[in-house]
Design a protein around this ligand. Structure first.
Ligand code: SF4
Ligand code: SF4
Length: 140
């Protein structure tokens, strides 16, 4: 490249709008079809497990909490999720959707990537069980 043309490029770029954005200070709305964090509606879930079966990343667990009342909780492994949306397509009950608002999902601690959804008391119990399992203090 000749010095002359290089100087010309530099000079032109001084007067052009920047092609990049000053994220996170300069933000745009996410596109409507963006696939962000998975959300689950326990009221709609029938426990059919199609989402679990069809997930290529084994990122979803649907846990039976109360068989008689057909109550479930979900454990979502965000760090495994490929954001392919297959589970949303597979769910005939319309219980799953991917948020277009929640897509900045990085975290410094791995624990943030295991997300429980469902009734508050059920989730608390499942978290306690998981912690006991991790520390080897669960009931034998
Ligand atoms: S979006 Fe894809 S990878 Fe993520 S939980 Fe659903 S099926 Fe699994
Ligand atoms: S596919 Fe839908 S209804 Fe079936 S277990 Fe998954 S979330 Fe529940």
């Amino acid at each position: 490249m000749k010095i002359g043309s290089m100087v010309g490029d530099v000079f032109r770029s001084l007067f052009q709008r920047s092609a990049t954005r000053q994220y996170p200070f300069d933000r745009k709305d996410a596109p409507d079809r963006l696939r962000g964090k998975l959300h689950w509606d326990p009221e709609k879930c029938t426990g059919c497990l199609l989402c679990v079966k069809d997930c290529p990343a084994q990122a979803i667990e649907i846990i039976m909490v109360d068989k008689a009342n057909k109550r479930f909780a979900m454990r979502y492994h965000l760090d495994r999720c490929a954001f392919c949306s297959q589970c949303v397509v597979s769910c005939r009950a319309g219980a799953l959707e991917m948020s277009k608002e929640e897509w900045e999902l990085a975290a410094a601690h791995k624990g943030k990537f295991m997300i429980y959804s469902g009734d508050e008391a059920d989730v608390k119990r499942l978290v306690e069980l998981a912690q006991a399992h991790a520390t080897g203090t669960e009931d034998k």
